[in-house]
Design a protein around this ligand. Structure first.
Ligand SMILES: Nc1ncnc2c1ncn2[C@@H]1O[C@H](COP(=O)(O)OP(=O)(O)OP(=O)(O)O)[C@@H](O)[C@H]1O
Ligand code: SF4
Ligand SMILES: [Mg+2]
Length: 391
């Protein structure tokens, strides 16, 4: 199920720069006042290139869905810049956004709630044509039935209602609606999390086929690294509204640099019980802090096994120590590169011009030696299909 990871090139389908989405926290009572802010997305930057999938992964509440909705301006961002195919859409009015919406769509997690139960499948899939005033040659019905066939639905079921379909089929209806106008970019917000494991693979394969056929760029949101691994070319790891690490799929799973990514990787179960028993499991201390009161300095410092004094004071910049591999950490984990089995001897990690390996001190690497870094989960390792794990 692996796919090649080619470096992205050319003009991005989507470019997001320093995106922030804060929600006001209001006091209770007759005259509520704004008493704080939930920093759901706090300075996120990334690009998604035509035909590629950028996976967005992190714990519940870290801001993945808010990021996805903000880039489509379904939620109004507080600040930052969003560009589709080089055009800045951040300040466009609702009317000016209409043609942009033809190029961008969303697939939702819950295929039950995402479809209006009182509308037929034909009406649901033809909605984008109606909203955008698009008249396909041959008529809307023929176009919708062609779409139904393309996503694996029986076109004769055009007049049926969502309740007459299984979960997987409903997600196919949502996918047909999303690709109806041949968008350039789709936010897939946990599109398979609500489906049975056996159905998840089929839906992922469909998304991949459509991507190949139409050259669509996906921002693919998921809870865990095992899921995004299956479809992503590159992966961004989020924590408390910020990107901690962003790298190609190969790099992220074989050469993770951020302590949080290490913890996530160490938590992925593998099917071999003996290997599972021998694996290192990094336990994070404490609970996820509230995005209404994020920790100072590095937002991960309250749970980080690498943290030093500076981490509570100074926010680490997102730097790019090797081409295409970004990390926000004062003490990125480098020691394993030459010592533990995943990668083999020295892969030649050297800081790039402009990047810095701040604080990659011997002391931090001693910690890693104790913890170990061989999680036995490379980019193509089989993964145990747990309830939230897709294989
Ligand atoms: N409309 C809103 N008003 C106030 N706070 C919100 C709103 N939407 C989201 N939040 C808060 O913003 C933070 C990020 O939420 P978001 O739904 O983006 O997280 P997520 O990573 O998608 O989580 P999950 O994996 O559970 O879907 C959470 O603390 C959430 O409670
Ligand atoms: S900056 Fe410090 S606290 Fe943050 S991830 Fe790196 S080592 Fe941990
Ligand atoms: Mg979400």
């Amino acid at each position: 199920m692996s796919q090649s990871v080619e470096p992205a090139a050319g003009e991005p389908a989507l470019r997001v720069s320093d995106l922030r989405t804060y929600f006001p926290v209001r006091s209770k009572g007759l005259f509520p006042k704004t008493i704080g802010q939930v920093k759901a997305v706090d300075g996120v930057s990334f690009e998604v290139y035509p035909g590629e999938t950028l996976g967005l992964v992190g714990e519940s509440g870290c801001g993945k869905s808010t990021t996805g909705r903000s880039v489509l301006r379904l939620i109004e961002p507080t600040s930052g810049r969003i560009e589709f195919e080089g055009v800045d859409v951040t300040g466009l009015s609702s009317k000016e956004m209409v043609p942009v919406r033809r190029k961008a769509a969303m697939i939702f997690q819950d295929p039950y709630n995402a479809l209006n139960p009182r509308h037929t499948v034909g009406a649901i899939i033809s909605a984008p044509f109606a909203v955008q005033g698009v008249k396909p040659p041959g008529g809307v019905k023929a176009a919708v039935q062609e779409l139904m066939e393309r996503v694996g639905l029986n076109p004769e079921h055009y007049n049926r209602y969502p309740a007459e379909f299984s979960g997987g089929q409903r997600q196919r209806i949502g996918i047909a609606r999303a690709v109806a106008l041949r968008p350039k970019f789709i936010v897939c917000d946990e599109p398979v999390s609500a489906l049975d494991v056996s159905i998840q693979a089929q839906v992922i394969n469909l998304l991949r086929d459509l991507q190949d056929e139409f050259g669509i760029a996906y921002l693919f949101v998921a809870h865990d690294l095992a899921v995004v691994r299956q479809i992503s070319n590159r992966v961004a790891v989020m924590y408390l509204g910020q990107v901690m690490e962003l790298a190609t799929r190969e790099d992220l799973y074989a050469r993770p640099l951020h302590p949080y990514t290490h913890a996530l990787l160490s938590a992925i179960p593998v099917p071999d019980p003996r290997a599972q028993k021998q694996r290192e499991h990094i336990m994070l201390s404490g609970d996820l802090p509230s995005p209404a009161a994020p920790p100072t300095g590095c937002v991960f410092h309250t749970r980080c096994f690498q943290a030093q004094d500076i981490c509570a004071v100074e926010k680490p910049a997102l730097v790019e120590p090797t081409t295409g591999h970004q990390v926000a950490c004062h003490f990125p984990i480098l020691e394993f590169l030459g010592t533990k089995g995943i990668l083999g001897p020295d892969p030649g990690l050297t800081p790039q011009a402009g990047g810095s390996l701040t604080g990659a001190a011997a002391g931090s690497n001693d910690l890693i030696r104790e913890i170990g870094t061989d999680y036995g989960v490379g980019p193509d390792t089989p993964i145990d299909p747990g309830p939230s794990i897709w294989r």
